[in-house]
Design a binder for this molecule. Sequence first.
Ligand code: NAP
Ligand code: ZN
Ligand code: ZN
Length: 347
Amino acid sequence: MVQTKGYATHDASAKFGPFDFERRDVGDSDILIDILYAGICHSDIHQAKGEWGNSTFPMVPGHEIIGRVKQIGSSVTKFADGDIAGIGCFVDSCRECVNCERDVEQWCIKGCAQTYNSTEMDRSTPTYGGYSKHYVIDQEYALTVAADQNLEGIAPLLCAGITTYSPLRRFEAGPGMKVGVIGLGGLGHMAVKLAAAMGAEVTVFSTSPGKEEDATGLGAHHFVVTRDPKALKPLAGSFDLLIDAVSAEHDLNMYLDLLSFEGKLVLVGAPEKPLPVNSFSLIVNNRSLVGSGIGGIRETQEMLDFCAEHNVTADVEVINITQIEEAYDRTIRADVRYRFVIDMQTF
Ligand code: NAP
Ligand code: ZN
Ligand code: ZN
């Protein structure tokens, strides 16, 4: 076994602290990485605080992982020692079901092995995430990263990047399309950068008036403060696509009303409580409310390659491992510009 250590929380109201544990031995098709950076996703917070009702402890969160390959198994061809590798939200799947076959392993019919708060495919070995020093993963579930600089800005692409890239691609964001991004946090700021890189006209809907200048810098063309719902009235029926990346309770209907004929609101945010929908918010203009969850390995690699080509990375605040609690508190207060990333060399 590979001895390693991470930062874990032991129940939904506990604080994070050092935690020693083991990873499996490096198998023939595995790589061992030294983790360099791990992003803090709001999903880590929902799970660490037990908000989704599926938490298992001790929990070492983290599914936006960038590391350097330290060891490779005998049959590994995708990576060499010293390469940079990425790990996203899952680390294995059954590899044979209809969804694995269609490259959406995150929806493996048998249930994929998530990066943490889950088990390996043996259904008994717990998985621990990226707030740790090492990870052992099958080469097929790790992503290749050509860059060797600004790796802290690449880490968040592994979740925030793919989660927003996938629906933007699926609904063909591009020139002539009006895209709205609701909630300018980790996911939201990636949605703005990616939609702008794809050529769409981008509007940010935010509860934080202070983020306007940032939004423009990220590539947004318009910025709307949503604290007063009246501000949205003149925009009714004018958007083709909305990406809703809000982490807390909010009024979906007020945003559905913004959609034009056959417009789509994609829910990527996953608040703790259900969000009520009025029938007429969907009936009018034949609108759709759809969901989207991360992306498969093939599409995640495509997203990383797109970001490399278009020079897209996350805007990050790099923190020490001892600052996790502070970063969680600030993220919950929507005071993140725009992703906290843990520098694992501080541990
Ligand atoms: P985040 O960085 O905390 O950003 C969330 C943003 O939502 C905030 O910055 C804020 O933006 C807005 N917001 C927060 N509280 C609000 C409230 N009470 N009312 C209205 N707006 C509020 O979170 P994130 O990491 O981007 O994640 C966003 C959500 O997506 C989370 O629920 C997360 O679990 C989920 N998620 C889903 C997937 C998936 O596959 N579907 C993947 C990753 C994450 P403003 O200041 O601009 O209002
Ligand atoms: Zn995430
Ligand atoms: Zn499967």
